[in-house]
Design a protein around this ligand. Sequence first.
Ligand code: ZN
Length: 628
Amino acid sequence: LARQLVILAGGKGTRLATELGTLPKALADIAGRPLLHRQLDLAAEYDFLDVLVLVQHGAELIREACGGGEKWGLRIDYIEETRPRGTAGAVVGALDCLADQFMVLYGDTVLDVDFSRMMRWHNTLSPDATLLVHPNDHPFDSDLVEIDRQCRVIAFHSKPHPTERDLPNLVNAGLYVFERSALLQAQALPELADFGKHVLPAMLASGADLRGYRSREYIKDAGTPSRLAKVISDLTSGRVARRSLKVLAPAVFIDRDGTINQDPGHISSPDAFKLLPGSGGAIRRLNDSDYLAVVVTNQPVVARGEASEEALRDIHNRMEALLGKASGYLDGIYYCPHHPDSGFPGERPELKGECDCRKPKIGLIEQARTELEISLNQSWFVGDSTVELETARRAGLRSILVRTGQAGRDGKFPQRPDFECRDLAEAASLILDVWPQLAAQAAELMTKVVPGSCVLIGGLARSGKSSLASALAHILRQGGQSAVVMSVDSWLPTPNASLFEPCDLSAVETLIGNVGNETVVVEVPLHDHLTESPALSYSQTINPQDIVILEGVSTLALTASRARRPVYRVFVERNEQARRASLLRDYLERGCAATKFDELYSVQLRDEEVLIPGYRENANSVIMSALT
Ligand SMILES: [Zn+2]
């Protein structure tokens, strides 16, 4: 099938008068190359042969700039409109020159979309037309498209939106695949018709099969001075290319209840859905970065008959609407409707039983990975329960436990988080602000640590030891080495206590002595963050080649005199003001009085002056914490 692309390049670009000078909009300079040339580059890359350019303003300039398409190996034809008649009007007017199937692209669009993949998708489902859809950061004042689970378009919602229910955040990006036969009927439409506003809604009303092709790829119009500046900056920063499906994307998988929103038990209606403070802004920050924001949630309410799939859709529409008010959007929402146990009145037997998608199973992560082309080892999972920590471990994701919702106290899986944050906003900051520096420090450390060694990471409470330990383990694993992280404080009677309280390190000394050239299994206690009571333990297998990373306040007090492996000591320091603030927050969370804290802290500081210089001196590396 010869592929044909229609480019709507008739626009004058009135809003870009200053930027364009005498050029038509399609020839706008985008980082040193005319916009239309960039579009033709893409057409050539995806094996199009025929391009039909519909021109009006500056027609001669466009013809001169692109010629017959020889430079691209394309055959370019031009149709000149003598009067404005809307985007669709122009295409419908040119139907005689069009193939049985063709793509349509607006001439003011900067994009890096895999045309072949979109065509294949269209041809698998064989609808009358396919439109590329994606979420945006201002859904409340956008024309929205509603699709069902089969991606069938069920409604177009132009502004103003209905007030009685929320709508999903999905907009028409202005890239289409059309069957020519389906457009023949549009010939009867009034002139000046626009695809998004008139033709597609009219087709839908007359029963046409339209599908929304959801994509994370970059596609934005450059129709106003600020949008033009944005696409140029996205091109030059490499953001456009990084959103291409040729590149696997990093993602932040986010749990829903207790992480994004309050968790009052189970949510069965939109009105019960309330965002936690800062969630919208946190997701917006992820949107502005290279990370995809993907919700992964267990919703057994569906199987138990407490909420229908329609009710769940309304709840997710509410979530998108609330996030949208803070300019945040989700690149995907994946949920498991199943539940293993029977015995609920009104339950749905077909959804009962074991499935592959209920966390901690990784079916939903796998589905998102395939559909969104995600690189799991660059990705994260943020959640409020050990179910997410276990899911993260199984999927090979870095985990962040937030202290909202269940705050990790569900006790379901004996998993320690790689990182711990106050809430989703702090998690976003860890990923975007702290991680790059932490990763650089870990990479530097990695060059100094030989395989099979024991790394002791010590320092004062709340100085960032466990973060550095997790980062080092991640970087080692990425480099093909295996690493095991354990918290020494877990073994002590009062974990996270002052460095100076007498503590019995013999169990840890024994552990270090036992780790040698054979596989050992160690039972590691886990402490509850808030109560400090021993809650759970887990079995940790340590293989001969594993790098064993022990972190904790008391780590550098270890003599490691019986060690059979090389021992590398790291001392972590942190800005005192930040450390004090973090420690105070810990105390307050545990119900201590702030007045009591001042006294404890001053005693601690005084004691530290005696011991710290020694630990610091004996360390092989001293690292300034990346935590702010
Ligand atoms: Zn499931």
